[in-house]
Design a protein around this ligand. Structure first.
Ligand SMILES: [Zn+2]
Length: 310
């Protein structure tokens, strides 16, 4: 009997010890969770490659719905048959982002390091001359990349590089130089000619993903990529584009952004300076940063320090 009582006392004392955690320490354990600008939980990137003349119609449609795009261009193709002109891109892509897609659109994985460097730097330099701001983003031509290519572009001023490997997810990519998008526009519908069954299946999948993005309460990034030439002069495809633009437009829960602006924002969040107790935070960046701690939303203005409640 004595042994049983001693054992019970022992078990009770262990439980008490567990229950007596330091609440102050427990509270500083609350994670800091990034929110998008204005405290939003959804961000949308629309990213189009190649700079073909159909971009004119696409940008017009985006502007009609207040959507923001990122356009990856090959500077050495501008002004040739089927491509937009050098003289028009500054005006055409106003309010959107112009970004690197290499000078000549080669498969970078087949090139030597010096040729990869040339393709990226030459494109950056010419695009910057044409549009008048530093160009810091990229999409790999054909989406092709490997460790050698990624290593070669480090140090060339490229801060993100998009692939074409669809994640079908909404997470912020871990490696910005291997930025996997969520999904190709329309998923894989229209990839094969005259295959209406596949088109329907892929479009259902595509709109399901958009609905999941709109309806979830989680922090989500929807990153859709494609080419305006895929619509070409097919009115059905343009109608389909307008349909998903309408679904995503004018939603106060969504932060509409270029890809480089989102990269800058994520970097600003990651560079916040918190005190050990997480009761103070300084924002050394030039952007207002939003985050959540213990169920409460905070914003820190550029250059300011604020106090956080426990
Ligand atoms: Zn391309």
């Amino acid at each position: 009997m004595k042994i049983i009582i001693a054992a019970l006392v022992f078990i009770l004392s262990i439980n008490l010890a567990v229950a007596q955690t330091d609440t102050a320490i427990a509270k500083t354990g609350d994670p800091i969770e990034m929110l998008f600008p204005q405290g939003k939980t959804k961000a949308l990137i629309l990213s189009y490659d190649d700079g073909r003349t159909e971009d004119r119609q696409l940008v017009k449609l985006m502007n009609k719905y207040g959507l923001i795009g990122t356009f990856h261009l090959n500077s050495n193709k501008l002004g040739t048959s089927g491509y937009v002109n050098k003289a028009e891109i500054k005006q055409l892509y106003t309010g959107h982002e112009v970004s690197v897609h290499s000078a000549n659109h080669p498969n970078l994985t087949t090139l030597s390091k010096i040729d990869i460097v040339y393709e990226v730097v030459e494109d950056r330099k010419e695009l910057e001359r044409l549009i008048g701001y530093p160009v810091r983003g990229m999409a790999y031509p054909f989406g092709n990349n490997n460790a050698f290519v990624i290593d070669a572009i480090k140090g060339l001023g490229i801060e993100y590089a998009r692939t074409v490997d669809d994640s079908y997810g909404f997470k912020i990519p871990e490696n910005f130089l291997q930025w996997h998008p969520t999904v190709h526009q329309f998923a894989k519908a229209y990839w094969k000619p005259n295959d209406p069954e596949n088109d329907k299946k892929e479009l259902d999948r595509y709109y399901q993903l958009i609905n999941d993005f709109i309806n979830t309460k989680d922090l989500v990034l929807l990153d859709i990529w494609g080419h305006s030439w895929e619509m070409g002069n097919n009115q059905n495809h343009w109608d389909e584009t307008e349909k998903f633009f309408k679904l995503l437009a004018n939603n106060s829960a969504i932060h509409y952004t270029t890809q480089i602006d989102l990269v800058d924002y994520i970097n600003a969040f990651r560079n916040l300076k918190f005190s050990v107790e997480k009761n103070m935070v300084n924002n050394p960046s030039a952007l207002t940063v939003f985050f959540k701690k213990g169920g409460k939303t905070y914003s820190v203005l550029p250059g300011k320090t604020i106090f956080l409640s426990n």
